[in-house]
Design a protein around this ligand. Structure first.
Ligand SMILES: Nc1ncnc2c1ncn2[C@@H]1O[C@H](COP(=O)(O)OP(=O)(O)OP(=O)(O)O)[C@@H](O)[C@H]1O
Ligand SMILES: [Mg+2]
Length: 372
């Protein structure tokens, strides 16, 4: 007996793989709303695991080719869609009172060993670039002592407070460039310093996770303070973190500190998604030569050593600094520039890593400090 057109199309789709997830689109349950018409027109929706998928165009082309080659098909209409999936928490993950943030699929930390290497710049551009891809994004400024995110995202508004019948008073994060933003900078007056010890920091990180109405988010980007201190431990303890992006400049002193940061993440079982090498080179106006002010290849060597990916190499550029100071990240301020493109490619890679990590089940679950 001859198989039906739908069966033949599904068989053809079983030959199309998501290269990142290593399986075919049918097994991954990515094919939705498949319809066939008597004239041989086929329509279907492909639901990827992220709207920022770097393989989107290639997968769409493969689907069109595979379905188009099926006997009886005259036309193929493909709608590319995405649904960011969260990995189901492991049994016992709630130990110690810690819990995932309701409605948030992936928490991604932007970290470094050393101060001033560009974490906040990278976090602001990453969050904004993911929002530009169509993802629902939040940006938590976890640098309690030096909160720069309100300036870099251009937010002057205070978060409002609303009452939730179950969760009590919640902060409503202001939105900038399509990103929900929460920062200690909203809560302290002007230039007043924060003078806090660890337990107080822990309590604020907890509030920023659970007492902010983040709503439904695909990605919550966390801009970390430099180093390997209380905030890093609190985050690891309080919520499941999909992974950490580690920012470094190419010079040895930064690499040295970043190695410590990577070891800390290994200890608290947060996967490293990859390395960003910032301030990799400078191009002056009068020559097109790339000046490697802080040295070359540091990020690449580090990535090799820790068997991780070098996710981006970003130049020192006045536009990047100005974007930060003006509250308009370079991906918004100079959308066509090569640096904006580099940030957007990097953001797609991060989204790709998040999908891979949550599928492979290596996303961290909250740890209890003292166990290591
Ligand atoms: N690629 C770049 N080109 C030019 N300026 C940059 C670049 N990256 C960062 N900067 C600038 O360098 C300064 C430090 O960057 P940023 O605040 O992002 O670093 P950080 O690692 O978050 O610092 P901290 O450890 O203090 O939190 C900022 O003024 C920022 O605008
Ligand atoms: Mg910072």
């Amino acid at each position: 007996m001859k198989s039906s057109l739908t069966d033949r199309i599904m068989a053809a789709l079983r030959t199309v793989k998501d290269p990142d997830l290593g399986s075919d689109l049918v097994s991954l349950d990515m094919i939705k709303d498949l319809e066939t018409k008597p004239d041989g027109t086929v329509s279907l929706r492909v639901v990827l695991t992220t709207p920022a998928c770097p393989m989107k165009a290639a997968i769409e082309a493969d689907v069109r080719r595979a379905v188009g080659a099926v006997e009886g098909v005259s036309r193929v209409e493909v709608k590319m869609d995405a649904e960011v999936r969260r990995r189901a928490p492991a049994a016992g993950a709630q130990a110690g009172g810690s819990t995932h943030i309701e409605g948030v699929s992936h928490i991604i930390a932007v970290s470094s060993g050393k101060g001033g290497v560009g974490k906040s710049t990278v976090a602001a551009n990453l969050a904004t670039a993911l929002a530009l891809e169509g993802a629902r994004v939040g940006l938590m400024d976890a640098d309690m002592y030096g909160p720069n995110i309100p300036t870099m995202m251009g937010v002057t508004e205070q978060p409002k407070i609303e009452q939730d019948p179950v969760r009590g008073d919640l902060f409503v994060p202001p939105v900038a460039h399509g990103v929900k933003v929460m920062s200690m900078g909203f809560l302290v007056q002007g230039d007043q310093p924060m003078i806090w010890r660890g337990p107080m920091l822990h309590s604020v990180v907890n509030q920023f996770c659970h007492k902010v109405n983040w709503g439904q988010l695909d990605y919550l980007i966390v801009d970390m303070p430099p180093g390997t201190g209380d905030v890093q431990l609190s985050l690891a303890q309080l919520v499941p973190v999909t992974g950490a992006v580690v920012v470094t400049t190419p010079q040895e002193v930064s690499l040295q500190d970043v190695r410590k940061a990577i070891h800390m993440f290994e200890k608290v079982r947060i996967p490293i998604m990859g390395i960003v090498e910032n301030m990799s080179w400078f191009e002056c106006d009068s020559c097109s030569k790339k000046h490697a002010i802080f040295g070359s290849d540091g990020g690449e060597r580090l990535a090799k050593k820790f068997a991780t990916e070098l996710l981006a190499q970003l130049p020192i550029q006045q536009q990047v600094r100005e974007g930060g100071d003006e509250g308009r990240p370079v991906v918004i301020r100079h959308p066509g520039s090569s640096t904006a493109e580099a940030f957007r490619t990097f953001a797609r890679k991060v989204a790709q890593q998040a999908s891979i990590l949550s599928r492979s089940g290596t996303t961290s679950e909250p740890i209890q400090i003292g166990r290591f």
